[in-house]
Design a protein around this ligand. Sequence first.
Ligand code: NAI
Length: 377
Amino acid sequence: ASGLRAYASASGGLPPRKVAVLGAAGGIGQPLSLLMKLSPYVSELALYDIAGTPGVAADVSHINSKAAVKGYAGEDQLGEALKGADVVIIPAGVPRKPGMTRDDLFKINAGIVKALVEACGKHCPKVRAASSQAGTDACSWRLFVEVQVTESLPCNTQADWSLPSLMAVVQALLNIISNPVNSTVPIAAETLKRLGVYDEKRVLGVTTLDVVRAKTFYAEKAGLDVSKVDVPVVGGHAGVTILPLFSQAVPNAANKLNDADIDALTKRTQDGGTEVVQAKAGKGSATLSMAYAGALFADACLRGLNGDPDVVECTYVASTITDAPFFSSKVKLGKNGVEQIFGLGELSAYEAEGLKALMPELRQSIQKGEDFALEKQ
Ligand code: NAI
């Protein structure tokens, strides 16, 4: 408890940061909002859902930590919730029930994510570049694209900003939790492209729970101190597309684990979500461990934005390290989001097989998301 209190009050000297949680009244949203209220990196916390957020916000706001909390309910309050956000976390949508795959959620969640990301594109872009060509001034440009520019622009007739040379990008880092992540991230990317505000450095699929699980299961099996364990998890976030790289785990426990152990650990990590869905027997999927993982990842994004060096997390992003356009691997997070995407390193023969096996499903899920966003289905 004292560690938690110290964490929540260790905010001295940090820049102000606004975090918005979309789906904040849900199973993940509520504990995630609680954890973000405790984060020393957050000064303003906007809790949005279709309903129920005034209650969640009132409850969370009584905690004596730095962040000012406000609840927003219903679509007409979404813009205000998003305005000026540095990080937008999206756990909105329906969770799995026993017997369902993450892809079974596509029909409902694809539309939810598309609509919410569209709102992010409209309400939190900023101007990234401008030239000195004479032309349309900033005010008319602003009216033309109907977006709210969060950086101050010279709003007078002398302004020499011109429409073709202005580039708007979504300002906030989008942390996408809603499943199927393998498709919802491509949906988010295509949606922002259509609005002309896409920045591939700022759209991140949250796969941290796979890493959290891999660390826990590995430490347990190898008898290691879990706080000192690291396991990269690459690929995607569904079944076989989740590929833990135990050959690169730190510390290396190769002398304690045989091939059968690694196979069992890999399968348990891949099926970790299903383990929880079945144990909850119809009452949803992972919420508490997901809230923890989501808060870890959002904190990492905020530390990167604040200029902390060496913030490295596995996350599912636009990537060229394989021939799939989106892929999860170790990524360095910085002042503009994704700063560097690391390659896969040396894989064991078992992991190389796993990589080969996951690619078709991953590509298919990406295509499905892109087709949806482009209204091809
Ligand atoms: P839940 O049903 O408890 O909560 C979802 C919340 O989203 C509800 O409060 C609902 O009102 C809200 N919502 C629905 N439509 C919305 C909209 N248009 N705008 C704003 N809010 C909206 O579900 P739970 O358990 O919190 O899961 C949420 C999502 O997270 C699911 O898609 C689930 O599959 C996914 N998930 C992802 C994980 C990951 O590792 N990335 C792990 C576990 C779950």
